[in-house]
Design a protein around this ligand. Sequence first.
Ligand code: NAD
Length: 473
Amino acid sequence: MEKIDPFYQSVLNFYDNASQYANVTQGIIDQIRSCNSVYRMRYPVQTSKGKIKVIEAYRVQHSHHRLPTKGGIRYSNHVNQGEVMALATLMSFKCAIVDVPFGGAKGGVKINPWEHSEYELEKITRRYTVELVKRNMMGPSIDVPAPDYGTGSREMAWIYDTYRAFNEKEIDAAGCVTGKPVTQGGIRGRTEATGRGVYYGIREACSFKEDMEELGLTQGIKGKKIVIQGLGNVGSYSGTICQDEGGAIIVGVGEAEGAIYKEDGIDIHKLLKYRKKNKTILGFPGATNYEKDQREVCIEFPCDILIPAALENQIHKKNAKKVKAKIIAEAANGPVTSEAEKILNKKGIMILPDVYLNAGGVTVSYFEWLKNLSHIRFGRMDKRFNQNTYGAFADLIERSTGKRIGKQERDFLTRGGDEIDLVRSGLEETMVTAYASIRGIKRRKKNIDLRIAAFVNAIEKIGSDYSTMGIFP
Ligand code: NAD
């Protein structure tokens, strides 16, 4: 029998565990468990030195219960078919949990992006896009990629440009990929979206006094000590927003080059500047250093909240018993293995599951896709109208009370929403509402954790779509 990738196996274990609690018939449970389409590619690319390199790449569409399918593209040396299938499966659940009307998908290219020149990365990215376009596996109503580990807005701009070259007359072509630069049809707030969603999710979880008391913690995110593994897109925004808007204290960070710990707090802005200049977090003033071969020790640092924001399988059965955090906030996909989860649950640690917590990225990708299909920036039609209406209200209040409203207050009250304000407000609403649903299921079903509750929520929503679809004899 073919050996299943451990990450994919872990996702299937979570699914099998949760599906027992879902009110969905067995055949549909089996359908939702499987990946609908798996496309494996091999294509040649000429490197800067004139050599030919064969690129191994994948695109998996897990579920077509809603279209388009949606999911990031990962560039990493560790990419394999099972990993991409695991990530595509998680995407379907993620979209359902935050009520984003997409099926799940994921892409992967087996390269180390930091070892390739920009020229080579562009060729690899454009050729990957061509492979998808050739097979009709991409488009605004078919499958819409986005950034993930090792990719960003630059790669998304190349993808959009390549797609457009083949679909010159398609008016909605910009909706073929999300996470694009704002100048290329992107949306303000997409780059920070996953990290900002992580912040809203943690803030929500910490806002329930009784839940925090069960963990021996006080209510609220303010003053909570946080450790972050991975200071890339998701980790750096999670850290800066938790610090700046939540008043949390970052005490430890783990990166590829090592880990640092500083009990009285690390200013995350200063650390990001330090790393940019020195190309390492090691040596940050006042912090204790742990070299590269000990970098995993960040998982064991004393703190209230541990945010794994690097890659999957980072908390496993060997280090799970040494975790000191009371809350694990899964910013990365699959950072806790199913074996580790059993140990963490026994220790009474609360896990905010990836399928909920890092859904901010796909939520704002959804907003970007809507913007592309509607061909108009959010706020363009109503910002001035709202400003004028709120201004008239402020005048009325001043006239009827005889008191003047201060400039700062007036500016705040009469401000119409810009695109960034509306994106942030839509994201906050999404994360708050989704947490309430998951927490509600957890409390109703009793003896289940937040991951099972999140999966049940997703399975029932996807199951409901399947049950109304024609199942042909
Ligand atoms: P990224 O490439 O921007 O950053 C990842 C960081 O992790 C890098 O700085 C890298 O050096 C570091 N890293 C790698 N191995 C490490 C190790 N062993 N220990 C510590 N640090 C290590 O990637 P990203 O987009 O921030 O994605 C991170 C995770 O979040 C992935 O699991 C990804 O699937 C998930 N995610 C990303 C998004 C998104 O919008 N980018 C959305 C949802 C989920």
